[in-house]
Design a protein around this ligand. Structure first.
Ligand code: P1T
Length: 384
């Protein structure tokens, strides 16, 4: 790939070349655990498939290129990727974690990593004064989502980078770009050191694989992450690597439609009189809409809304005909999720309430169906 190629071309070609043996245009799924060695210490760069696999190499190259990164490291799930980032730290190090992250990310930090001597402070990273106050001399990592799951709050990545620089803080800035995707937002260009994803979502895009990736332009961080990948072993399998490669070939096409459908649905929800709030960065009413326009190319496919009535929300959840009531997001099909009972169940009730994750909140993952059918489905459910 040349550096002058545009995003759509990168989606389809980056990281891939015709198979050297047969000329197969599509990257083969290399189902092998090991590789023959011609002699002691004589091999073609592949020794054991936990360490390297050609299908995984291809997807790592593809995903890195999409984020404008040099290096990519693929993991067995988004949380395995998140854990690898956390494993860059050591006992006694301090982590600043966004206050509204995926419930599983919070659970990993709170219930597992903290048992190994990692200390953490959760803070609203959109509030620079609060972030400044949270950073300590031994803070080694700032980890955040923008937009956040499920409240869709934004953090100004450039401003956070500026603050860390001003403070001379030795912290790595790691951004979970799962919600935005590199089609809409490229955090490395805004000063992040690491970008990580649940590839389970938009990158794979078809709700048929679980995976994660971390990308970076730092050779040192890439080397450490590859060491963790090999030493801890939570690798992305060859089949899953292939599925993600297939998925990213249409990322640009899917995201255009996700963006358009979600904006239309958010606007439609907002003009209704029977909802308490609608959260979507593409709405003029979103408190960080100006930042969204500056930092994002499109606003992605997630819309959250609060009916203000937990009983009504419960009734509605069971009445959708196209939106499937299910965890996850980012697939071509539309999903609806009740964060309190599904994705954010592990976040303490008091913290949820402060963030606005109420019993009456629903999160839509707006798919790429005909938006008129989606609106009709929402309309009938809201009437129920
Ligand atoms: O599920 P997994 O591939 O391990 O990814 C974890 C993860 C990481 N980061 C973000 C922003 C996420 O949303 C997720 C997973 N989220 C869901 C399953 C969900 O429905 O929100």
């Amino acid at each position: 790939m040349t550096t002058t190629q545009r995003f759509a071309t990168t989606c389809i070609h980056a990281g891939q070349q015709p198979d050297l043996l047969s000329g197969a245009l599509m990257t083969p799924v290399y189902f092998t655990s090991t590789y023959i060695q011609e002699g002691l210490n004589q091999h073609r760069g592949y020794e054991y498939a936990r360490t390297r696999n050609p299908t995984r190499d291809a997807v790592e190259g593809n995903l890195a290129a999409l984020e404008g990164a040099e290096f990519g490291v693929a993991f067995a799930s988004g949380l395995a990727a998140t854990q690898a980032v956390l494993e860059l730290l050591s006992s006694g190090d301090h982590l600043v974690l966004g206050d509204n992250v995926y419930g599983g990310t919070f659970r990993l930090v709170d219930k597992i990593m903290s048992r190994f001597g990692l200390t953490y402070t959760q803070v609203d990273t959109s509030d620079l004064a609060a972030l400044r106050a949270a950073i300590q001399p031994h803070t080694k990592l700032v980890m955040l989502e923008t937009p956040t799951n499920p409240m869709l709050g934004l953090t100004d990545i450039e401003a956070v980078r500026g603050l860390l620089k001003e403070l001379g803080a030795p912290a790595i800035l790691a951004v979970d770009n799962t919600f935005a995707t590199p089609f809409n937002q490229r955090p490395l260009e805004l000063g992040a050191d690491l970008v990580f994803h649940s590839t389970t979502k938009y990158l794979n895009g078809h709700s048929d694989s679980i995976g994660g990736v971390v990308v970076t332009n730092s050779a040192e961080l890439s080397e450490r992450l590859h060491f963790i990948q090999n030493a801890a072993g939570a690798i992305l399998s060859p089949m899953e690597s292939w599925l993600v490669l297939r998925g990213t070939k249409t990322l640009h096409l899917r995201m255009e439609r996700h963006n358009a459908n979600a904006l239309q649905i958010a606007r439609w929800l907002e003009q209704r009189k029977d909802l308490k709030s609608v959260y979507y960065p593409g709405l003029e009413s979103h408190p960080q809409h100006e930042l969204a326009k500056r930092q994002m190319k499109g606003f992605s496919g997630i819309v959250s809304f609060d009916t203000g009535d937990a009983e009504r929300t419960r009734r509605m959840a069971a009445t959708f005909k196209i939106f499937a009531l299910a965890e996850s997001l980012g697939g071509v099909e539309s999903l609806i999720c009740h964060p309190v009972s599904m994705t954010h169940g592990s976040v303490p009730e008091g913290d949820r309430a402060k963030l606005g994750i109420t019993d009456s909140l629903l999160r839509l993952s707006v798919g790429v169906e005909d938006v008129r059918d989606l609106i009709e489905d929402l309309e009938q459910a809201l009437k129920a």
